[in-house]
Design a protein around this ligand. Structure first.
Ligand code: MLT
Length: 274
């Protein structure tokens, strides 16, 4: 589906009925990466998957795009769809956006799920290499970046040809301009550790134990920093935990999220036993 928001074409998928469950993709992916979640959740939830600004079918804007701006885009989309308080699931860069959303729009949140992500800003040297990467994408296009990232996204045991090819095919359609804006935006994102203690929303932190891009210690930082947050680490999964281990990921998410909004099947069981 597509709609115009703030003058920009915005791509998204919406399936199912129930409380909103919103998935935010990471870099350099788009909403298609969540396809294994749509099928699992659309019977009990209103599953909403935006393409973040500059990715997939969503139009970009020149220059850095801040995580706060991306969070506003998500908020605008939810308002446009009339979707009430949502459970927001953010993977990696999507997690940076989810943290910005939680800070700016706590009233629009039912729950927060942070997947393979972290709270801290880029260290100065990391920000420098991100900007250098943006300049290289501008000069050479995206092929080098996709190749480098595809290998690191997966746990070593999942790096077979089929998985690597499919990950690359998810990344390939993204346009250089969108990737450049996001790289520059990530390089200047603020340190979310400063507001973790102010988040009063049920939170689940999930990560693959073999994440080669964001060390799992970062998941611990998030879980310790957000009051009451729960932490789950999944085996045989890397950075793309939801794609690599969809069954375990979906189970973990469902068990946790059902406490916030019981599933249709649980409601039926409750009705039958009443
Ligand atoms: C992502 O998967 O979104 C990126 O690895 C995040 C990052 O580069 O910091």
């Amino acid at each position: 589906m597509r709609t115009i928001l703030n003058g920009l074409m915005t791509g998204f998928t919406e399936e199912g009925e129930g409380p909103p469950l919103v998935f935010l993709h990471g870099f350099p992916l788009d909403r298609d990466i969540w396809m294994k979640q749509i099928r699992a959740f659309r019977s009990d939830w209103r599953v909403i998957l935006p393409d973040l600004r500059g990715f997939g079918e969503s139009e970009g804007t020149p220059g850095p795009v801040s995580m706060a701006r991306l969070a506003e885009d998500v908020h605008d989309l939810l308002r446009h769809l009339g979707a009430g308080p949502a459970v927001l699931v953010g993977h990696s860069m999507g997690g940076y956006v989810a943290l910005a959303f939680a800070r700016a729009f706590p009233q629009a949140l039912r729950g927060l799920v942070l997947v393979g992500t972290k709270a801290g800003a880029d260290a100065p040297e990391a920000a420098v290499s991100r900007r250098a990467m943006a300049a290289k994408v501008e000069r050479e296009g995206t092929a080098f970046l996709l190749k480098a990232m595809a290998a690191k996204m997966l746990a070593p045991g999942n790096r077979d040809e089929t998985m690597t090819v499919s990950i690359t095919s998810f990344m390939r359609p993204n346009r250089p301009e969108g990737l450049i804006s996001a790289l520059l935006g990530m390089a200047e994102r603020p340190d979310a550790r400063t507001w973790l203690a102010d988040l009063h929303v049920p939170t689940l932190v999930l990560a693959g134990r073999e994440d080669a891009l964001i060390p799992i210690e970062e998941a611990g930082v998030l879980a310790r920093g957000i009051p009451g947050a729960e932490l789950q680490l999944l085996d045989r999964a890397g950075h793309l935990v939801a794609y690599e281990q969809p069954y375990a990921f979906n189970e973990a998410l469902r068990l946790w999220a059902d406490r916030l909004a019981p599933s249709a099947s649980r409601e039926a069981a409750v009705r039958m036993s009443a």
